[in-house]
Write a new protein. Structure first.
Length: 101
């Protein structure tokens, strides 16, 4: 999966830690829509769109090696809007044919 980097890239799992701070989500807004498809047997597709804000201020620790170079990350701040579309409802788990984020 890493192509040419597969021979020279590694992650130091001894120091890998996602930290102890949970991801925070804002209020969820859910909207249902119907999309037209080109499938004659299923001409419409139900879509459930979920919107929220997302905040993650992680005390992440991750180090790796690329050849002889050691690189790492110790803090990550991720903040923004999350839009997730769940498409093609199913009557059984996993309940949707797919998801777009």
């Amino acid at each position: 999966a890493l192509g040419e980097l597969g021979d020279v890239f590694s992650i130091d799992m001894q120091t890998f830690d996602l930290g102890d701070r949970a991801t925070e989500f804002g209020e969820l807004d859910v909207e249902h829509t119907v999309q037209q498809t080109s499938d004659a047997e299923a001409p419409t597709l139900r879509v459930m769109t979920v919107r929220s804000t997302l905040t993650w201020h992680a005390r992440l620790t991750a180090f790796g090696h690329i050849a002889a170079l050691r690189i790492g990350v110790t803090h990550v701040k991720l903040q923004g809007d999350l839009v997730m579309e769940l498409v093609g409802e199913l009557p059984r788990p996993p309940f949707f044919q797919g998801a777009r984020v």
